[in-house]
Design a protein around this ligand. Structure first.
Ligand code: ZN
Length: 151
C-alpha cells in the first residue's frame, strides 16, 4: 500500500454523489456519513409564494363572496398559513440524510432521538452506540470498572 492510499484512508474524504439537485438552496456534507447533501426547499416564503397566495386568495374570495361576503377577506390569512405550513413540512422532510438516516433537526433538539432514528434506519436494536462521538477506548472501561487486584 502506498503512502498516498494510506493517507486518504486515514482522512476519509467527503463523498460526492453523482446525483445533481435542481436549484439547491443549500449544499452541505452530512456530518455522520460525509455524503454531499442539498436542500431544495427553503422554509422562507419567496415573492413567487406571495403571488401564489394572492392568486389563491382572489380565486377563493371570488367563489366564496356570495356566501361569506366581507368575511371572505380573511381567506388571505388562511391560505397564507396553509402555504407556510406546507413549505415548512416540505423543508422538514428533506433534512434526514437518505444515506445514513441522520436527522440534524432532531440532533439539535434531542441527541437520543437522533441516535434512535439512525439505529432504526440501519435496523439496529442497540441504543447505546455513540453518535458523532469519538469511539470509546478500552481505558474508559477500565476506569469505570477497575480490574480486581491480585492478592
Ligand atoms: Zn448521512
Amino acid at each position: 500500500m502506498s503512502v498516498a492510499q494510506n493517507r486518504s484512508e486515514k482522512l476519509r474524504p467527503l463523498e460526492r454523489r453523482v446525483y445533481k439537485y435542481k436549484n439547491p438552496k443549500m449544499n452541505f456534507f452530512c456530518p455522520l456519513c460525509r455524503s454531499e447533501r442539498a436542500l431544495v426547499y427553503s422554509y422562507r416564503l419567496s415573492w413567487i409564494n406571495y403571488v401564489q397566495i394572492a392568486v389563491a386568495t382572489t380565486f377563493l374570495m371570488w367563489v366564496l363572496y356570495p356566501i361569506m361576503e366581507e368575511k371572505s377577506f380573511f381567506i388571505f390569512f388562511v391560505s397564507w398559513g396553509i402555504l407556510e405550513f406546507g413549505m415548512r413540512l416540505a423543508y422538514r422532510r428533506q433534512i434526514p440524510c437518505p444515506y445514513c438516516g441522520f436527522d440534524a433537526a432532531w440532533y439539535k433538539q434531542d441527541v437520543r432521538v437522533a441516535r434512535r432514528l439512525v439505529n432504526e434506519f440501519w435496523g439496529r436494536d442497540i441504543d447505546d452506540t455513540p453518535l458523532l462521538r469519538p469511539e470509546s477506548t478500552s481505558t474508559e472501561k477500565e476506569k469505570a470498572s477497575p480490574a480486581p487486584k491480585k492478592i
